[in-house]
Design a protein around this ligand. Structure first.
Ligand code: ZN
Length: 204
């Protein structure tokens, strides 16, 4: 099975060179993505493919349920490097409908360590319990919680000191909240883009 993957890899590399002989040489010499993608680990959400970008054009951080927790050294390292060194211009927090992580956060079942990881989603659920309770069915509540989680993570990113310092120094940087639909392959913009410290107060 792994031999198949290695064969696929050779075919992929050959295909890239056939279309663009300088492809890997260019990548080798420079990584200058303008975008940071913070998305879910879910295997059905292939970051650069969805938005039609090549490797080298999108810096990617993925974890279960696309969280941006202010205590997580992995996420913070990616954020600092993206903002201060790569100087990305856009950060997209991208959730997806049908997210198993979001559902696991609130289904009451015990799974172990991941329950701690998903704790921020239970906080989002609690903070919006009236809005969620007013929805018709479980699927609508799940979809809305996915959106609310993305919005909360946008806020986390925007309130981070690396992002605040970048704005203070005049760097152009926008943080966006998107939700991807596995059912039709389309991204929905939640229109919660934050491009300055003042914008943060406008979102939930
Ligand atoms: Zn997910």
């Amino acid at each position: 099975m792994l031999e198949d993957l290695k064969n696929n890899n050779r075919n992929w590399a050959a295909g890239k060179i056939a279309v663009d002989p300088g492809f890997f040489k260019r990548l080798e010499n420079q990584q200058a993505p303008k975008y940071l993608w913070i998305g879910c680990s879910d295997s059905r959400v292939p970051a650069n493919e969805i938005v039609g970008l090549d490797p080298g054009e999108l810096f990617v951080h993925r974890n279960v349920a696309n969280l941006a927790p202010p205590q997580d050294a992995n996420y913070l390292s990616v954020l600092q490097f993206s903002v201060e060194v790569l100087k990305v211009e856009h950060i997209m927090v991208v959730g997806h409908y049908g997210c198993g992580g979001v559902s696991a956060a609130v289904d009451g079942k015990r799974r172990g360590l991941v329950d701690h990881w998903l704790h921020p989603i239970r906080e989002v659920c609690h903070d919006h319990k009236h809005e969620l309770a007013a929805l018709d069915d479980d699927r609508a509540r799940w979809d809305r919680l996915v959106e609310l989680n993305v919005i909360r993570q946008v806020k986390n990113v925007a309130q981070d000191i690396f992002v605040q310092d970048a704005w203070a120094s005049g760097q152009s940087l926008n943080v966006h909240g998107w939700v991807y639909s596995i059912a039709d392959g389309l991204v929905r913009d939640l229109n919660v883009t934050v491009g300055s410290p003042e914008d943060v107060d406008r979102i939930l």
